[in-house]
Design a protein around this ligand. Structure first.
Ligand code: XMP
Length: 492
């Protein structure tokens, strides 16, 4: 078998009547979830925590919260995404009347909200927002109570089944930012905020669940402790769980998927399995009950699996082989890792993928965890493999990353066999503008291929294999680049 990757192939230009800006990039993430933007941010600790996941979902993609943190912290990250915006918050965070302003402040910080309904025994007593706190001196925070400070009932409220237009009308008419929903007995049953209406207009492509909340995924392992983690995440409202391992065909990983699929706690959760790189690997995940198959063994920019273990399949071939199992089964395929340019997205889709997962292309965004690093006056962000020494060693705290590489039994840091490296990527600004370039590139691919939808692109796309001279010709050559293009140069 010959193994080809992104740089080995190009898509043939075809007759077209397609306008790039008019194409539809919707595609299937799992058996039950579709995304308007077929992009996923990787479950890596330098790529996806709640801020990135919120930004990804707003743009129509999805973020997978990494698992190199405690189960409680990971579930908290999921909750932050689920509560960040919604048509209606069904179980809003509330505060009791006897809480102090300091305690309230802590709650607001934890859930990143600007005000809370005040509730006692389920009944709505009032609301407390930034407005109520404006004139309270900070030294009074530890003693002043919510009851003394809140805006008490009667408030502008609405019944739980209020329509969206009516809720918008009430918010505008009374110039308020939060509309508590109550039942006939005055019990709080939900909350609508003005922020959610603004966000809906601002992000029309956002990936949302049936309640209007942003979609979010999270990574889990396969060891027995991962079961409790998975339950916590399901309880926090996670939409997608990725049983995340470097060899998705390992029995333990397949058993985890089977066990989850058989448990009603995960009825509302889509399960992604991976990573595999062959037809039989994909088939094993499908047989175990995975709702999507993630493909990629060693293509990642920070991966060293192929050199350390000598194992892997170049990514275009891996996708194509896995798609032979996924296609007939109707199970979507995620191409994970190895993408360097926007053009690689279309190549992955034509090879057989339905969505792609990105690490290095997104790691330089403002929304990723970690601070900016300055080197010689240029700005960078830290980016590391989850199999790197840094991610797998304890360095003062517990690492949850080792089991991805089946090394959780290794107790000493100097006995770890790393399968990834640590590095940095150029800072590239906010996610919105990075995705604009990436999705814009996909629009152009669709134009050249004469495809208005992703299924059409997958159907029509044809590859030509190129030589290393062809690849050299594909990149700018014989010219000294003086200005970096936003989609070429900085990361090249
Ligand atoms: P890119 O190329 O987008 O790849 O940066 C991101 C993907 O790489 C995988 N990953 C690793 N693979 N060792 C590996 O062999 C590692 O340390 C490692 N860390 C991440 C992962 O699938 C991710 O989505």
């Amino acid at each position: 078998m010959v193994g080809l990757t992104y740089d080995d192939v190009l898509l043939l230009p075809q007759a077209t009547n397609v306008i790039p800006s008019e194409v539809d990039t919707s595609s299937r993430l799992t058996r039950k979830i579709s995304l308007r933007t077929p992009l996923i941010s990787a479950a890596m600790d330098t790529v996806t925590e709640s801020r990135m996941a919120i930004a990804m979902a707003r743009q129509g993609g999805i973020g997978i919260i990494h698992r190199n943190l405690s189960p409680e912290d990971q579930a908290q990250q999921v909750r932050q995404v689920k509560r960040s915006e919604s048509g209606m918050v069904q179980d809003p965070v509330t505060v009791g009347p006897e809480a102090t302003i300091s305690q309230l402040d802590e709650l607001c910080g934890k859930y990143r909200v600007s005000g809370l309904p005040v509730v006692e025994d389920g009944k709505l007593l009032g609301i407390i927002t930034n407005r109520d706190l404006r004139f309270i001196p900070e030294e009074e925070f530890p003693t002043k109570t919510v009851r003394e400070t809140m805006t008490p009932m009667p408030l502008v409220t609405a019944p739980a089944n209020v329509s969206k237009p009516e809720a918008a009308r009430l918010l505008a008419k009374h110039k308020i930012e939060k509309l508590p929903l109550i039942d006939d007995d005055g019990r709080l049953s939900g909350l609508i905020t003005v922020k959610d209406f603004v966000k809906t207009q601002q992000y029309p492509n956002a990936s949302k669940d049936a309640h209007g909340r942003l979609l979010v995924g999270a990574g889990v392992g396969y060891l027995s402790e991962s079961w409790d983690r998975a339950l916590l995440l399901a309880d926090a409202g996670v939409d997608v769980l990725v049983v995340d391992s470097a060899n998705g065909e390992a029995k333990l990983a397949l058993d985890m998927i089977r066990r989850m699929r058989g448990d009603s706690a995960f009825d509302d959760v889509q399960i992604i399995g991976g990573n595999v790189a062959t037809q039989s690997g994909a088939q094993a995940l499908i047989d175990a009950g995975a709702d999507a198959v993630k493909v990629g063994v060693g293509p990642g920019s920070i991966c060293t699996t192929r050199v350390v273990a000598g194992v892997g399949v170049p990514q275009i071939t891996a996708i194509y082989e896995a798609s032979k199992a996924c296609g007939p089964a109707g199970v979507p395929l995620i191409a994970d890792g190895g993408l360097q340019y926007s053009g690689d997205i279309g190549k992955a889709l034509v090879a057989g993928a339905d969505t792609v997962m990105l690490g290095s292309l997104l790691a330089g965004c403002d929304e990723t965890p970690g601070d900016l690093v300055f080197v010689n006056g240029k700005q960078y962000k830290h980016y590391r493999g989850m199999g790197s020494l840094g991610a797998m060693s304890s360095r003062g705290k517990r690492s949850y990353s080792k089991d991805r590489y089946f090394q959780s039994d290794v107790t000493s840091d100097d006995k770890i066999i790393p399968e990834g490296i640590e590095g940095q990527v150029p800072f590239c600004g906010v996610l919105g503008s990075v995705l604009y370039e990436l999705v814009g590139g996909l629009h152009q691919t669709m134009f050249y291929s004469g495809a208005t939808t992703i299924p059409e692109l997958k159907e029509r796309g044809r590859f030509v294999r190129m030589t290393s001279a062809g690849l050299r010709e594909s990149h700018p050559h014989d010219v000294q680049m003086t200005v970096e293009a936003p989609n070429y140069g900085g990361r090249a």
